[in-house]
Structures are given as C-alpha cells and as structure tokens.
Design a protein around this ligand. Structure first.
Ligand SMILES: [Ca+2]
Length: 87
C-alpha cells in the first residue's frame, strides 16, 4: 500500500478508535474528541477552560449537530496539516 493510502487508512482507524467509545460509533462526542486530543496530540482538555473546549468543539462541528462526524474530523486534520506545513 502506498504511503498516502496508508495515511488515509490510519486517519480512518484513529477516528473509529475513539468514536466507538460512546453513543453513535460514526461520530465523536465532546468526550471522545477530548480523549482523541489527549491521546493523539497530548492536549489535556483540563488545561483549557471548559468554555475554550466548548468553543473548539463548536468550530469543528460545522453542521452544528452536536457531534463531530468523519467529514468534520477530516477537515480538522486537513487544517492541522496546513497549519503545521513549514516551508
Ligand atoms: Ca457535526
């Protein structure tokens, strides 16, 4: 498998690793997203105020469903890739 296909597979596997913890296995709840941020990015939600976490979740939840679906998650990862792209 090519590196890019491998990366896409990993993106998908990481999403479903956390999305299956509670509720709908195809979406991330705020709790699941916090766990993903903590374990994959070493971001501890407790480091931020609850309002900051709520604000971040709302920004990812572009359709305002109250959950982060796979498309919203991929948009987040794509944005991170752009932000961290150092020339
Ligand atoms: Ca959503």
């Amino acid at each position: 498998m090519s590196q890019l296909l491998n990366a896409i597979t990993m993106l998908r596997e990481i999403f479903y690793k956390y999305s299956g913890n509670e509720g709908d296995k195809n979406t991330l709840t705020k709790g699941e997203l916090c766990e993903l941020l903590h374990k994959e990015f070493a971001i501890t939600p407790g480091d931020s105020s609850k309002a900051a976490v709520d604000d971040f979740f709302k920004k990812l939840d572009s359709d305002q469903s109250g959950l982060v679906d796979f498309t919203e998650y991929v948009a987040f990862v794509a944005a991170l890739s752009v932000i961290t792209n150092q020339p």
